[in-house]
Design a binder for this molecule. Structure first.
Ligand SMILES: Cc1ncc(COP(=O)(O)O)c(C=O)c1O
Length: 387
């Protein structure tokens, strides 16, 4: 066989960096600030809701294809409560196996061979693989350091649109940079999408982790309701990343298109957890604000620790990640730096370069997650001082 075993569309997408770095964390007994999962489970009441659903036989067999009505209704009520958006739970919500499946199904549904997909670089790693699986071509628009944040150059975005552009894949709050697109930026993107008749798929899994101001869904802007698919997830908001409950919302046509792909991926998933997430979404505002305040304090703790250790820190406005520049420490290759960091000081981080097509633009940046217990972050900060 002279043909490679792996489908050539997936060439270059070997094991993810998270597998390598998490294995390194275990081997060296390091604190793992690489992968973004909380080290504390979400609310006890939500966990109990899942246990109740399991015991009462709700969701133990295949749930309905679009998701259980309780969760679809809860998603619609959530969008109304936080953003004033009207969503029909019967036709405009689809429950997915986490945001990961929502991204895959949306791209498989909407992208054909030859279509271009614009994505903000650095991007969450599944975007590139899913665009490739859909046969599309990714067109990265690079976020660049701008003071103590990463900024989007709107002219660069406009210049990236061609006659072949099918959609813009957005992510705000943005992983790994922590950038939150401003209302002015979102308005400009919306105007561009309307003018060039583009679809927008927007990954808003960190919608409740915005530290200054609030989250603005692009779907709420003029002309966007009819062309936007919004992706959400319970994993980040309720700290149950293993449950894999996500959703997409959009027009009935768009949601039906995504469902056409989704039904042949998992068909359905997470039965009992869907009921529990429905209850979670209805938690009072204080749950959401205390989650955000707690993570804001952790952001500040880790940001000052990293600054004290000599990193240049880009202050995240959202998400639970901090991107740093390692050049002030005398390094420029983030991958090499991350591979040696566990041996040097017992902390694991991930090199942002793996989220870039333009390796040179991402090389000196390294990401740390702060969704960890305060004493774990304290210990990580004291270990990083060894640098
Ligand atoms: C930007 C972004 N989108 C999607 C996901 C995946 O979400 P889920 O666990 O719900 O599949 C993540 C997880 O880290 C993420 O950071």
């Amino acid at each position: 066989m002279d043909r490679p075993l792996l489908n050539r569309r997936l060439a270059g997408f070997g094991t993810t960096i998270f597998a390598e770095m998490s294995a390194l964390a275990v081997r060296t007994g390091s604190i793992n600030l690489g992968q973004g999962f909380p080290d504390t489970d979400g609310p006890e009441a939500v966990r109990e809701a899942a246990v109740r659903a399991l015991r009462e036989g709700r969701g133990n067999q295949y749930p309905p294809g679009p998701g259980v009505p309780e969760l679809r209704t809860a998603v619609a009520e959530h969008h109304k409560r936080w953003y004033g958006l009207g969503v029909d739970p019967d036709t405009e919500v689809l429950v997915t196996a986490g945001a990961t499946e929502a991204i895959a199904a949306a791209l498989l549904a909407l992208v054909e061979a030859g279509d271009e997909v614009i994505a903000l670089e650095p991007y969450y790693d599944s975007y590139a693989a899913c665009i490739a699986m859909a046969g599309g071509t990714r067109v990265p628009v690079t976020l660049r350091p701008d003071g103590d944040v990463f900024g989007l150059d709107l002219d660069e975005l406009r210049a990236a649109v061609t006659d072949r552009t099918r959609l813009i894949l957005l992510n705000t709050p943005h992983n790994p940079t922590g950038t939150v697109l401003t209302p002015a930026e979102l308005t400009a993107i919306a105007e561009l999408a309307v003018e060039r008749d583009l679809l927008v798929v927007t990954d808003e899994v960190y919608e409740h982790l915005v530290f200054e101001g609030g989250h603005l869904p692009i779907a709420s802007l003029p002309g966007m309701g009819e062309r936007t698919l919004t992706i959400g997830s319970a994993g980040k908001t309720f700290s149950f990343t293993g449950w894999k409950v996500g959703w997409v919302t959009g027009t009935p046509d768009m949601v039906t298109a995504v469902r056409s792909a989704k039904q042949f991926l998992t068909y359905v998933s997470s039965g009992p957890f869907q009921y529990a997430v429905a209850e979670a979404l209805a938690l009072p505002d204080e749950y959401y604000t205390s989650l955000r305040d707690d993570l804001r304090a952790k952001r500040d703790l880790l940001a000052s620790g990293l600054t004290a250790a000599g990193f240049e820190v880009f202050r995240p406005q959202g998400t639970y990640f901090i991107t740093t520049d390692i050049r002030p420490l005398g390094h420029k290759d983030g991958l090499e730096f991350c591979r040696s960091l566990p041996e040097r000081c017992g902390v694991v981080a991930v090199p942002n370069v793996v989220f870039y097509d333009h390796a040179e633009a991402g090389s000196p940046f390294v990401r740390f997650a702060f969704c960890k217990k305060t004493d774990v972050l304290d210990e990580a900060v004291s270990r990083l001082k060894r640098l």
